[in-house]
Write a protein that binds this ligand. Structure first.
Ligand SMILES: Nc1ncnc2c1ncn2[C@@H]1O[C@H](COP(=O)(O)OP(=O)(O)O)[C@@H](O)[C@H]1O
Ligand SMILES: Cc1ncc(COP(=O)(O)O)c(C=O)c1O
Ligand SMILES: [Mg+2]
Length: 282
């Protein structure tokens, strides 16, 4: 597979493309990484340095790839942290160019807006852009529970409500919805869940809750889920593989007591997860 991945880059640590690129490469895929920002580190530290690129900088890189004649061989576009709402237009233009060149290519949008702990952590305009423009253009969306609520417009206090919210997003365009970090009153205290919903049905994958609070796991799981979906065609299989890999990655991270995910040290988890979790239909 050839994946055009348009998201943030950090020099230190692993979020955005610095989380997503290597796992896809480790699975044997080519990644055309286009960076929306270059920061020293992720924003979860509260302080960072660097640059949000202008939307035209992203257009330039995509135009250059197009000029190499590569877009017909692009299998999928993955987008994540944008930095600025104007970058959204450049991302959707890139999706349109890829789909013109290869009508079979899919667009996976990780609608990075915020999370339960930090609330909204992106610039004004981005949540609205994700809801009104990116979700309708996407084939796959990968919100966490907080983002699912923002996009659907109602709170998700049960598994049933999460399935309903995912189905509402599907009705706006995307065939497949992956909900990450789902915790409802039905979730055991020592567990965390993923939920995949497509035209076939809904699947839940439950794993132990690890004593970590990290950034970048969402970016890794979106990338892994997307490439496994592209290669297997099965949301349930992609859920099992991506969820098992990220569990192994975070277990190693917890054991090391690291604040950054161990993307490099735990790389075998992307290929052969130590423990395989199986989704159940819900
Ligand atoms: N503390 C944790 N214990 C176990 N798994 C976790 C934990 N935090 C995250 N994960 C896994 O990583 C996935 C992505 O989570 P998360 O980092 O919360 O996404 P995002 O950063 O986009 O909010 C979760 O769905 C879950 O499978
Ligand atoms: C620069 C940057 N990119 C991406 C993300 C998203 O990371 P996550 O995978 O935790 O949603 C963050 C979160 O803090 C970030 O600061
Ligand atoms: Mg995320």
């Amino acid at each position: 597979m050839n994946i055009l991945s348009i998201q943030s880059h950090v020099a230190y640590g692993h979020v955005g493309n610095a989380s997503a690129t290597f796992p896809m490469q480790r699975l044997g895929h080519e990644v055309w990484a286009v960076n929306t920002v270059q920061f020293s580190n992720h924003t979860g530290y509260g302080a960072w340095r660097g640059t949000v690129f202008p939307a035209d900088a992203i257009r330039e890189i995509v135009t250059g790839i197009d000029e190499r004649g590569a877009l017909p061989s692009c299998d999928g576009v993955l987008s994540g942290y944008m930095g600025d709402a104007a970058i959204g237009d450049a991302i959707l233009e890139a999706v349109a160019r890829v789909k013109t060149a290869n009508p079979r290519a899919l667009y996976c949008c990780d609608p990075v807006i915020g999370d339960v702990g930090r609330g909204v952590f992106v610039r004004p305009g981005i949540p609205e852009f994700m809801r009104d423009r990116a979700v309708p253009a996407a084939d796959v969306v990968t919100p966490n529970q907080f983002e699912l609520e923002q996009l659907a417009g109602f709170s998700v206090g049960s598994l049933g409500a999460a399935v309903a919210a995912a189905r509402m997003l599907r009705s706006r365009g995307p065939e497949t919805v992956l909900v990450t970090s789902l915790q409802t009153p039905e979730t055991p205290d020592d567990a965390i869940e993923l939920l995949a919903v497509d035209g076939q049905g809904a699947f839940r994958l439950r794993t132990p809750l690890l004593p970590v609070s990290v950034n970048g796991a969402g970016d890794a799981i979106a990338a892994l889920f997307f490439v496994h979906l592209l290669t297997t065609g099965s949301a349930a299989e992609a859920l099992s593989r991506a969820g098992s890999s990220v569990y192994g990655l975070l277990k190693a991270t917890a054991e090391a007591g690291s604040r950054e995910i161990l993307t490099v040290a735990a790389q075998d988890e992307f290929v052969r997860p130590s423990r395989i979790f199986t989704p159940e239909p819900v």
